[in-house]
Ligand binder design. Structure first.
Ligand code: NAD
Length: 476
């Protein structure tokens, strides 16, 4: 059994005031592997107090001092990439390649923050005013389980770059990964209180953070449902919020797309991270006149996908993270069938060769209309809906007919056409032909996928308040 009994406050590992023990699972087997002792409201308050004490001095540090700290954090996290990879496979169920990518990415977030900080102008003149960007204060950060270390490091790195101090509540389900991150970040030797990490439940530690008057801003990544409740509670103290929420992203396959190129892109976008990514392309829009050919190629592609033990390097899709998630995804698949969609491949039953663990078959529905539950709600599992469209305008209209707007994908053999379509989609990001992630460009959602942006300069500015100083003397 692996037990995690400490949280990180004021530069030290401390035993929480909270006493609840929370079970940790191996999703590949469905068995309990350990426990985490959860913090409570008192722990959250102690963490906020530490961050508040640290803020005055930290907010006055120079750009170079903070770059130095970010370098140390990067070095410390890089040392733990192998441990983090292991934990991500065993605790989360990420296939090896995804776990390696995620662990390296977590370390690299500090380099991205350095690049952003090096190039950012904290002061500029606008007409007669000098505009000074000032650190906002203590930032409360709340993260989900589906890329635990990357979210922790991404949020902390940009807050540190801005000169803000932090209180972070990670997902209670990711305690092993969190422990490795805490140990690594501690090694970097930052001043006490600059970052504080409190394991705990959302409705306990999370709620304390989102209501606490000394938190100036909340940066939340998670479900739209919880995001809405955070937005409401932030109003009382006028907290600034960045909300990174759910998605139901379209993949538009234009009629000139090459079938052999398009199908792997469709499947990667749809099933990446075991189908548990906010950016998954789960509504696939295919031209009517090539529908049958695409469906056949997609079916054949899915049947080649290796589902199974994430420790096996050949595995492409591992288990879902929890029993709750497993049941939820199976329920959605049954709903799709009940509402009249046709299963092209997959289904609600567990894959034949896997007798235990939270596995589902990668599932593709056809004969889906955009008003069906499976086309409107975020499923958060390896389930995609293929829909037909008549012409380009129709595809754009269907793509934008959603309450979400986090991401979109366009596949075409004509780059100019793809760009023209990308410009018309209501999404915070559009990837053309499988373009890779860009960590310095803004990330965030239109509509109910969120408020605000993270990453790069946009993310940095979300931790800063502009102050216009009038009557400054300027050099002649
Ligand atoms: P969730 O909203 O249930 O939980 C996210 C975090 O919020 C957890 O740490 C949880 O403990 C905490 N929380 C829960 N209730 C809370 C409350 N009342 N007050 C404060 N905090 C609370 O989401 P999840 O199931 O962990 O993650 C999956 C969701 O996250 C999906 O909807 C997914 O799309 C979304 N997500 C979005 C992004 C993005 O960048 N837009 C990235 C990853 C995941």
């Amino acid at each position: 059994m692996r037990n995690f009994n400490q949280i990180y406050i004021d530069g030290q590992f401390v035993t929480p005031h909270g006493t609840e023990q929370f079970d940790l699972f191996d999703p590949t087997t469905g068995t309990v592997t350990g426990h985490v002792r959860l913090g409570d409201e008192e722990d959250a308050r102690r963490a906020v107090a530490a961050a508040r004490r640290a803020f005055p001095a930290f907010s006055q540090t120079s750009r170079n001092e903070r770059i130095g700290m970010l370098r140390r954090l990067h070095a410390a996290m890089s040392e733990r990439v192998d441990d983090l990879t292991q934990a991500t496979i065993e605790e989360y169920g990420a296939p090896v390649s995804r776990a390696v990518w995620g662990a390296k990415y977590a370390a690299e977030t500090f380099l991205h923050a350095i690049t952003t900080l090096e190039n950012y102008a904290f002061e500029r003149d606008i007409a007669s005013a000098r505009v000074v960007m000032q650190p906002i204060g203590v930032v409360g950060q709340i993260t989900p389980w589906n890329a635990n270390a990357g979210f922790i490091c991404g949020k902390l790195s940009i807050a540190i770059a801005a000169g803000c101090t932090s209180v972070l509540k990670p997902s209670e389900m990711s305690a092993w990964q969190t422990q490795i991150v805490m140990e690594a970040l501690h090694e970097a030797g930052l001043p006490p209180g600059v970052f504080n990490i409190v394991n705990g439940r959302g409705d306990v530690v999370g709620t304390e953070i989102t209501h606490h008057p000394d938190i100036a801003k909340v940066s939340f990544t998670g479900s739209t449902r919880v995001g809405k409740s955070i937005l409401r509670s932030a109003a009382d103290t006028m907290k600034r919020v960045t909300l990174e929420l759910g998605g139901k992203s379209p993949t538009i396959v234009l009629d000139d797309a090459d079938l052999a190129q398009a199908v792997p892109l469709i499947l990667n976008a749809g099933f990446g991270n075991n189908g548990q990514a906010c950016i998954n392309g789960t509504r696939v829009l295919v031209p009517e006149n090539r529908f049958e050919a695409f469906c056949e190629a997609i079916r054949a592609g899915v049947e080649q996908i290796a589902v199974g033990d994430p420790r096996d390097p050949a595995t492409q899709i591992g288990p879902l993270v929890s029993r709750t998630q497993h049941e939820r995804v199976q329920r959605y698949i049954r709903t799709g069938v009940e509402e009249g969609a046709t299963l092209l491949t997959g289904g609600a039953e567990r894959p034949d060769h896997l007798e235990r663990g939270y596995f589902v078959k990668p599932t593709v529905f056809v004969n889906v209309t955009n008003d069906m539950t499976i086309a409107r709600e975020e499923i958060f599992g390896p389930v995609i809906c293929v829909m037909r469209y008549r012409h380009e305008e129709d595809a754009i209209a269907i793509a934008n007919d959603t309450s979400y707007g986090l991401h979109a994908y366009v596949v075409s053999s004509d780059p100019e056409r793809a760009q023209a379509v990308a410009r018309r989609l209501d999404a915070g990001r559009v990837a053309i032909n499988g373009a890779p992630h860009e960590p310095l460009a803004p990330f965030g959602g239109f509509k109910q996928s969120g408020i605000g942006r993270e990453y790069g300069e946009f993310g940095l500015e979300a931790c800063l308040e502009p102050k216009a100083i009038l009557g400054m003397q300027r050099a002649a």
